[in-house]
Write a protein that binds this ligand. Structure first.
Ligand SMILES: Cc1cc2nc3c(=O)[nH]c(=O)nc-3n(C[C@H](O)[C@H](O)[C@H](O)COP(=O)(O)O)c2cc1C
Length: 315
């Protein structure tokens, strides 16, 4: 350990806060890549993370898509899990009681639906659960009442779903934006004006892979979501664009796998970040990035990490 690290660590403040939620550091495990948290209990010190977002929850359980559902690409991963989950009620009875026993953790509940009423009902169910810090609204789902366009890709649908969620939510509301849009700045602004307390971005890019030998798609669903380091530069640009369009806090994600990736996202405008695909190649990635971040700051005599948010130097 360098002297800078030794002397810097006690004074070092990695804490961040957004939407009334305080975290000991900005590292949050991303939805769909960290189960319901309990599955990682023996692998990661959950209380070392800023927090984690549980798998997307719906009003009823869902079995998801048929396999194959995952495919590794150059520097990334395709997934079409199909939002498999146990449903909001079972989360409250089967997972949350265990999570409540673990001290000093912050749990975010990711919520999705296919109609506005789905989102409304799921949040109403979760409102009864204790130990959830905030909701993260996944708006990257097809709106089945409006011809199947993703909520997050249509300004009017986005406004309606966020307004509905905000009306029923008894906790802070983070709106997780879809990157499959022309103007992320416009969508970020709509989310803010419709009541979001914070935004998070990005979700996966719609993508595909084909086996040239069999001539079949690699994923049974044909199209899938692309994540991992392959998307990082685009995610960073989108976080930058979104952060400059809104006043509410921004949580950045997309391909983060090192502490310096985290710093890039914070400089672009993120208050906190999420780590997704990195946990697939190293289940301890989230915890390791917290350690790395601590050393990164200590080595540079940075006393307060939160000061880096929006710190991009342009001249
Ligand atoms: C296997 C898998 C499942 C996912 N499931 C969800 C989900 O249920 N809800 C959601 O909002 N995002 C989901 N995501 C998207 C991630 O939370 C994250 O936004 C995206 O993967 C980009 O971050 P990354 O490059 O660090 O993985 C999923 C991603 C993967 C790889």
């Amino acid at each position: 350990m360098t002297p800078a690290r030794e002397s810097g660590q006690s004074a070092l403040d990695l804490g961040v806060s957004f939407a009334g939620v305080s975290l000991k550091n900005p590292i949050i495990a991303a939805s769909g890549t960290f189960g319901y948290g309990v599955e990682f209990e023996d692998v990661v010190h959950l209380d070392k993370l800023g927090g984690f977002v549980v798998k997307g929850l719906s009003r009823e359980p869902m079995i998801g898509n048929p396999p194959p559902r995952l495919w590794e690409t150059a520097a990334g991963m395709l997934n079409a899990i199909g939002l498999q989950n146990i449903g909001a009620s079972a989360f409250l009875t089967e997972k949350l009681p265990r999570l409540r026993q673990i001290k000093n953790i912050v749990v975010f509940a990711n919520v999705f639906g296919y109609t506005r009423e789905d989102y409304e009902r799921t949040i109403e169910i979760l409102n009864d659960g204790e130990g959830i810090a905030a909701y993260e609204l996944n708006v990257s789902c097809p709106n089945t009442s409006e011809g199947g366009v993703q909520f997050g890709c249509d300004p009017r649908s986005l406004d309606e779903v966020v307004t509905t969620a905000k009306r029923v939510a008894r906790r802070p509301l983070i709106v997780k934006l879809s990157p499959n849009v022309t103007s992320i700045a416009q969508m970020a602004y709509i989310a803010q004006e419709s009541g979001a307390d914070a935004i998070s971005l990005i979700n996966t890019f719609v993508a595909m892979a084909i086996d040239p030998e069999t001539r079949k798609p690699r994923i049974a669903n044909i199209t899938a979501g692309l994540s991992g380091p392959a998307i990082k530069p685009i995610a960073l640009r989108m976080v930058y664009d979104a952060a400059h369009a809104v006043k509410i806090p921004v949580i950045g994600m997309g391909g983060i796998s090192t502490a310096s990736d985290v710093i890039e996202f914070m400089l672009a405008g993120a208050t906190a970040v999420q780590i997704g695909t990195a946990s697939f190649w190293d289940p301890c990635a989230t915890e390791k990035i917290v350690d790395e971040l601590q050393n990164w700051c200590a080595d540079r005599n940075i006393a307060r990490l939160a000061d880096l948010t929006r710190g991009l130097v342009l001249e």
